[in-house]
Design a protein around this ligand. Sequence first.
Ligand code: NAD
Ligand code: DAU
Length: 351
Amino acid sequence: MKKYLVTGGAGFIGSNFVIYMLKKHDDIQIVNLDKLTYAGNLENLKSVENDPRHIFVQGDICDKEAVTALFEKYDFDYVINFAAESHVDRSIAEPEIFAKTNVLGTVNLLNCAKAAWEKDGVWKEGAKYLQVSTDEVYGSLGETGYFMETTPLDPHSPYSSSKAAADLFVKAYGDTYKMPVNITRCSNNYGPYQFPEKLIPLMINNAKTGKHLPVYGDGMQVRDWLYVEDHCKAIDMVCTSGKLGEVYNVGGHNERPNIFIVKKIIEILHDKVSSEINESLIKHVEDRKGHDRRYGIDPEKIKRDLGWYPETPFEKGIVLTINWYLENEDWMKNVTSGDYQKYYREMYKNR
Ligand code: NAD
Ligand code: DAU
């Protein structure tokens, strides 16, 4: 039986990953370490709460004692680090916590894994540390070209800078100590359980509740959208089959300008929910500082080497996603109360 330490498994991608893995594999155990920040939500894990193969532990990836104790208790084969502060706008407002969690938290996990897995330069058989990173570390593209694994790192926001710094530490542990590592760099995910500060669930929630839809600048910034389950499949494949030390870009040639996404959501909700949901809700607001213009992943390496491909076309994924949010109104109500409300009010008070 393979034993996984999954961090950040109560967040958007992490919870989807835990659910995906427990469905896909019988003989695994997942210890899910999550601090439960505003973005972590145990409601995301309701479908696996009675599964004995899943053990939830509330804790901080920066906490050396707590992480060391988990390694001693469970003797992990794999560490998959999803835990992070993940929202670019927040990083512009409060960069420090991004440096702490994303950089120092990663270094602490690497140190704890090294202490548990390495003896006199020999590493535990089959062990691996997988860092879940982002295409944002590559910076911004012009109208043509794609991010390759060899594209130089050129992050712009405090968020992407913290993720790039973490990637460099992972690389350093691979290069210096020969630690068995992989890094995945994925494009924008969408799907169930995404916190409604991110573009797609925010627009769905605002449209449904009659609020305006805040499009930053001209809305012609391009993101490369990937359905979250396809990302989970890629991480599973890299974890078990990725060549040690390698970086894998994960994306699906699903590039869309933001304004297209917003209009698509309006079109679907107009038909499913109310004719009052229409383009008059769109409001172009002040642009994000340092806003990256275009992301686009070249996924050839992971396709060629591991046989991964994205199975969900955007037109299908967006309908699945909208249906999920419509069927899970309580989830949305719960996460948009309390702290989030306060944050939301402050963030959008002038818009
Ligand atoms: P998220 O914000 O939804 O979830 C992050 C989770 O990490 C939360 O459950 C939170 O409680 C937990 N966490 C935060 N700080 C912690 C700490 N110090 N210790 C333990 N847990 C902590 O994020 P997400 O969108 O699911 O992203 C997951 C990972 O994937 C991140 O590393 C992110 O950089 C990366 N990523 C995200 C996307 C995307 O489109 N969402 C794309 C590429 C890469
Ligand atoms: O590319 C991968 C990254 O995608 C991940 O590493 C990040 O964790 C994740 O948050 C995401 O970053 P983005 O900044 O691209 O996602 P966000 O949903 O915040 O914004 C998507 C685009 O939509 C971006 O161009 C900004 C724009 N936007 C966003 C919001 C929240 C708006 O126009 N209006 C909005 O209200």
